[in-house]
Design a protein around this ligand. Structure first.
Ligand code: ATP
Ligand code: LTN
Length: 338
């Protein structure tokens, strides 16, 4: 089965910038896994996006295979879904160039991720960092995608994708499907940093204690939750403004156990923060344990991962090329390919 079937198409991706966090899993990957039942899914390892921040070549290569193995360990099934590497399908870069001519400087200047990353990497504010959302638009539009499951931090980029697609279609006719974002339907739209709970948990956060990695061992998970920043109010309530740390722990506990917020508040009523932290750590360990053990096996077989990415790229290329033909034709570019 693949995305050329009658099912609507899902496209999403993550950057091989390091191991995945609990935020990536609860905000995105867990939804991807579930969506495989009802959609023809395409999951990309977006290596070209990762290059917008300076990467060590050997480490990047390692991260690419690890991320592929993590996709599988989380439950992405290559028999059902297409898994591939962005740089294996040149149409992503080609379409990004063309779409850049339909994207305004002002639109890109407004992107909060660009503003944040320019501050974090002030010595390397490269043009790729600026046009990052255009490449992301190319990723989804190439596959005539219906739905894009992502965390809340990507909402603005998807709005831009929609604007560019609508603009292009308005000029040349219905070349692109305008994709719908799907944010936080199956988990937490934005898991917060455990040390600074007003920020999102990020792979690249400075402090190790700030983030739970999917491959952290059980003791590390307990330690990080024990040290999670809360407040001095001493009451377990859901209040994102005054008690962001507690709210984050409650969200994570709910996502990991499948309980509602009301059930969480009833369960932890009159309890201390220590119990909330310990039970959240246990619930997270229950979710992560099977992922960790599957990962070990999958990551060892590099030959199989390479083969899988090759096969995925072939399937993706066939679909991407169909869209590229329509785009060239719409723009008046004679194609040299048959
Ligand atoms: P980096 O820190 O390197 O910028 P990242 O942690 O944001 O990376 P990505 O690979 O860019 O990770 O994101 C993969 C997916 O995970 C995206 O759909 C993104 O929206 C989602 N995601 C990332 N962080 C969180 C979070 N804290 N909560 C919910 N979803 C998240
Ligand atoms: N920018 C996204 C990763 C990404 C993506 C995509 C997600 C690149 N291309 C297309 C959905 C659809 C991020 O998570 N930082």
């Amino acid at each position: 089965m693949n995305a050329s079937s009658a099912l609507p198409t899902v496209f999403s991706g993550a950057q091989p910038t390091g191991q995945l966090t609990l935020g990536n899993y609860l905000g995105a990957l867990r939804t991807w896994v579930r969506m495989q039942q009802e959609y023809a899914c395409i999951f990309c390892v977006v290596d070209l996006h990762a290059l917008t921040v300076r990467q060590d070549p050997a480490q990047l290569r390692e991260n690419i295979f690890e991320l592929t193995a993590l996709y599988l360990a989380c439950g992405i099934d290559p028999e059902r879904s297409i898994i591939f590497l962005q740089s294996h399908v040149p149409a992503h870069s080609e379409l990004a160039w063309l779409l850049a001519t339909f994207t305004q400087m002002g639109e890109l200047e407004r992107m909060t991720q660009f503003k944040d990353k320019s501050q974090q990497h002030h010595q390397n504010i490269n043009a790729g960092l600026f046009t990052y959302p255009v490449l992301m638009a190319a990723d989804t539009l190439l596959y005539q995608t219906h739905r894009v499951p992502v965390g809340e931090d990507q909402k603005q980029h998807l709005e831009l994708t929609r604007d560019v697609a609508i603009r292009f279609n308005g000029l040349y006719g219905p070349v692109f499907r305008v994709p719908e974002p799907l944010i936080g339907t199956d988990g937490v739209a934005r898991v917060k940093d455990l040390q600074e709970p007003t920020k999102k948990m990020s792979k690249s956060a400075a402090s190790e204690l700030a983030r739970i990695m999917l491959l952290d061992d059980a003791d590390a998970v307990v330690k990080k939750f024990k040290k999670a920043v809360t407040d001095t109010l001493g009451v377990i309530r859901y209040d994102e403004v005054n008690q962001p740390g507690v709210a984050n722990l409650l969200n994570i506990w709910c996502a990991a156990t499948g309980h509602s917020r009301e059930e969480a508040l009833a369960h932890f009523d009159h309890n201390q923060y220590g119990k909330l932290k310990m039970e959240t750590a246990e619930a997270v360990n229950t979710v992560l344990q099977p992922i960790r053990s599957r990962f070990m096996e999958l990551n060892n077989d590099r030959g199989q991962l390479k083969q899988l990415l090759r096969q995925g790229a072939e399937q993706a290329r066939a679909q991407a090329d169909r869209t590229m033909h329509q785009v060239w034709q719409a723009l008046g570019l004679p194609t040299s390919r048959t």
